[in-house]
Design a protein around this ligand. Structure first.
Ligand code: ZN
Length: 805
């Protein structure tokens, strides 16, 4: 097309000028981030805190008809969480309509077939691809939260044809941060330390109140306010076809890691989703190469096995989850990375060296200055690649989404039909929480309003009665993949290298939720006329309906606190060092959820404080280095350094000798065993991975129910093992060590219940929970983590029992 043909006569020219002026006027009114903040976001050594980010998005909302900002929840510490909807002016005006269309595509049962109007065609023709981009859930991976303002400004103001197509065909749900509390924790620390030796270090506290970095390990458990709010936004309201979670990693690998991911894929993820994820990654990679960006790697490090991450949970909702990991600077301070340093980087899955060209990494970055703006530029290009794809193939993505959801409704012969939580189990509060977790993710639950007969064993032709008051979850529902993935026992594939070394999964190998929570759930393979009765069973529409069935008091909020289980509570101290421990945070979450009172005891109080005000002190799973040395004085102000040190260990020992009960979780046991001279050893310490390996699985404990610490547990209790320990009592006890009693053992056979474990024989029948008398007090040693990520309700009673006077 040539220019003159566009300008026929002066009237047309005047019209064009008018349109141009109008659009310039719109652009002129939209504030740049710099005009609001006083600096350009992602410039070196600048940082915007949550108030500033919200302020900018608020101004954008006021100025741009393409942007609407909505508060959709509150954080753990009470800050507002916001999402910016970004689309064309016309789409923004009708957001509710597009949300409703997409909700129909998410549940094909709601689309009327063969009606007067062809609903399906209408929705596919008119619907928009819903894309969500979420920034900086990990708050020290700070750049994306700053970049989000630049991305929003660009989408609000650009007038080129490509942007117009994106705006017309997609609705972007941009979440500037999914952990706003952490943005402020990091921003405050960064500003305070700017120009000091601590500039660019991570703050000396968890950047999520309870979970720290583990805030991205909560996506099926929903312990945290933030995961609850985003889960509601995604899987109750908007059902995004794409979820893009923007992260950063260490400094010395490739510059940017994107999909396709590494093996193994989880068999419950639809294969077409695996392919679509890969396609997005390759599109991003191709666009980045075209822009001259070096150091982009695919097919490395991150796998598609685990469920509970920001970008992995969407797979079980038939959504395309994308993760990107950019190499980090020192928060917002540039760093210089030498080629020599890159040479020392150790191989990771799928990548031998950041300097070696490979098919999945054809253009290595060879070192140099690395700035926040480099990270932001890459993230902006990648975001745009995703939006371009989503816009260009709008109908393809909507149709695929609909068809995947439709496929979930068809029963398959090799899959169970349902799972039943039988009435009469004692732990009703736990069951209520479990049902709430399922329902919040959009899983349908039914109440057994009539007795039915089920076949539990696929191979055995025997029917069992399922009583009134039970709850049933049908497999064939739009959330089918999620139902299967949460209820089934995981079997991680035996991935072992040529030298016998197991290939480390990115996260844990097994997570089966009813096992972790100690809930009996029966699998239903067949029932007489189940489908016929399905419509006669009552759907559970809110948690108080389920609570009423179990004679529990109504709860005021969805994830309400649980009644305090302690009859005679001890005075409790919980160790909290400056080197933030996620295990400590999760312990606090469990205690707070159960309304158990405790004090956090810091390093100074451990060293010299009067501990006699406590009956029990909990030592979360922390390495010897974390306990004895803590943060290093090289980078941190002295007040935060040194851990509790030898002084703290000695103070604690005197307190135990005088009658205190010290409770140690997993990694902290070793320090106490050594420093107190207990005749106990961890038989897994120093053992080669080829001999024993368990990167996160559910294992069976055999419990001595006669022991007071075993109250309210099951004879066979599932427990969480993640690179944990197994004990052996090595010799006769010598004073002040008294009698050592085993409360629970790892099962003597078939200990693996869900996940992956090599060399199981090493831990069979070995003590997993011990109590050793020590002076007038005692030491309780958990070889595992009884509160792992706040998920393991099955083993919470062991903790509670240690907290009784
Ligand atoms: Zn991260």
């Amino acid at each position: 097309m040539t220019k003159p043909s566009l300008f026929r006569g002066s009237a047309m020219l005047r019209l064009c000028c008018l349109i141009l002026l109008l659009s310039l006027a719109i652009v002129a009114q939209v504030p740049t981030p710099k005009s609001v903040l006083g600096f350009h976001p992602t410039d070196d050594r600048t940082i915007a805190d949550w108030t500033q980010i919200r302020d900018y998005f608020g101004k954008l909302d006021a100025a741009s008809p393409r942007v609407r900002v909505q508060e959709f929840g509150k954080t753990t510490l009470g800050r507002p969480m916001i999402v910016a909807f970004i689309s064309s002016e016309e789409n923004i005006r009708e957001l509710g309509r597009y949300r409703d269309i997409n909700r129909k595509l998410a549940d094909p049962r709601t689309i009327v077939p063969n009606g007067i109007i062809d609903e399906e065609s209408l929705y596919l023709r008119e619907g928009k691809t819903i894309v969500s981009i979420s920034c900086s859930i990990h708050s020290n991976e700070i750049v994306a939260s700053q970049m989000s303002m630049n991305l929003a400004y660009e989408m609000a103001t650009k007038t080129d044809a490509e942007t117009a197509e994106i705006l017309k065909n997609t609705i972007l749900l941009l979440i500037p941060s999914s952990n706003p509390d952490g943005i402020d924790i990091v921003a405050n620390w960064y500003r305070k330390t700017l120009g000091t030796k601590s500039e660019g270090t991570v703050p000396p506290e968890l950047y999520h109140h309870y979970a720290g970095h583990d805030n991205n390990r909560d996506w099926f458990m929903l312990n945290l306010k933030e995961t609850q709010a985003i889960t509601k936004l995604y899987w109750q309201e908007w059902f995004p076809q794409f979820v893009f979670d923007v992260h950063q990693m260490g400094q010395f690998g490739p510059r940017f890691v994107i999909p396709p991911f590494h093996d193994p894929p989880n068999p419950r993820i639809p294969p077409s989703i695996v392919r679509e994820v890969g396609l997005v990654g390759y599109k991003m990679a191709a666009d980045l190469e075209a822009a001259g960006i070096r150091g982009v790697a695919t097919n490395t490090t991150f796998d598609m096995w685990w469920h509970g991450g920001f970008r992995t949970a969407p797979y079980y909702h038939n959504s395309i989850g994308i993760l990107s990991e950019a190499a980090s600077a020192d928060l917002m301070t540039p760093v210089t990375i030498t080629k020599e340093r890159l040479k020392e980087t150790r191989p990771v899955r799928g990548l031998r060296s950041p300097l070696e060209p490979a098919i999945n990494h054809p253009n290595p970055w060879e070192g140099g200055l690395w700035r926040p703006r480099d990270i932001a530029e890459i993230e902006m290009i990648a975001s745009r690649s995703l939006l371009k794809l989503a816009a260009k193939h709008r109908e393809h993505y909507l149709k695929n989404f609909l068809e995947l959801n439709r496929a979930t409704l068809k029963p398959l012969p090799d899959e169970p039909q349902a799972y039943v939580m039988t009435a009469g189990q004692p732990n009703t509060e736990t069951i209520a929480r479990f049902l709430q977790i399922l329902m919040w993710q959009g899983i349908e639950v039914h109440q057994m309003t009539r007795e039915l007969w089920f076949k539990h064993d696929k191979a055995v032709d025997e029917y069992h009665e399922m009583p009134l008051g039970s709850f049933i979850v049908f497999v064939n529902q739009p959330k089918k993949q999620n139902v299967l993935s949460l209820f089934e026992r995981q079997t991680y594939p035996d991935r072992i290298g040529a030298d016998g070394t197991p290939d480390t999964p990115y996260d844990v190998a097994g997570w089966t939720l009813p096992l972790q929570m100690g809930i009996e759930s029966d699998v239903v393979w067949d029932t007489q006329d189940l489908e016929k009765f399905r419509d006669t069973l009552k759907p559970v529409t809110n948690i108080n309906q389920a609570r009423a069935v179990m004679n529990l008091r109504p709860a005021r909020e969805a994830f309400a606190k649980v009644p305090n289980p302690l009859k005679n509570p001890a005075r409790i101290g919980l160790y909290k060092g400056w080197a933030g421990s996620m295990d400590e945070g999760w312990t606090r979450l469990v205690l707070d959820t159960h309304q158990i009172k405790y004090d956090s005891v810091g390093d100074p109080a451990m060293r010299t404080g009067d501990l006699s005000k406590y009956d029990v002190i909990l030592l979360p799973s922390i390495s010897e280095n974390g306990i004895l040395r803590g943060l290093s004085a090289d980078r941190y102000p002295e007040e935060f350094t040194g851990g509790m040190g030898a002084e703290g260990i000695a103070n604690l020992k005197r307190w135990v000798e005088n009658g205190g009960r010290l409770v140690c979780f997993d990694a902290s046991c070793g320090t106490v065993i050594k420093e107190y001279g207990l005749p106990i050893k961890n038989i897994l310490a120093g053992v080669n991975r080829r001999e024993f390996y368990n990167p996160g699985s559910i294992v069976k404990l055999e419990v001595d129910l006669r022991h007071p610490l075993a109250k309210n547990t099951l004879e066979e209790t599932p427990a969480y093992f993640t690179n944990s320990s197994a004990f052996e009592v090595t010799s006769e006890s010598v004073a002040p060590v008294g009698r050592i009693r085993t409360v629970a053992y790892y099962a003597n056979r078939d200990a693996l219940m869900s996940g992956w474990m090599l060399g199981e024989k090493m831990i069979n029948a070995k003590p997993a929970l011990l109590e050793a008398a020590y002076g007038k007090g005692s030491v309780v040693l958990f070889a595992f983590r009884p509160q792992h990520r706040g998920q393991t309700w099955a083993t919470f009673p062991f903790i509670f029992n240690t907290l009784e006077r």
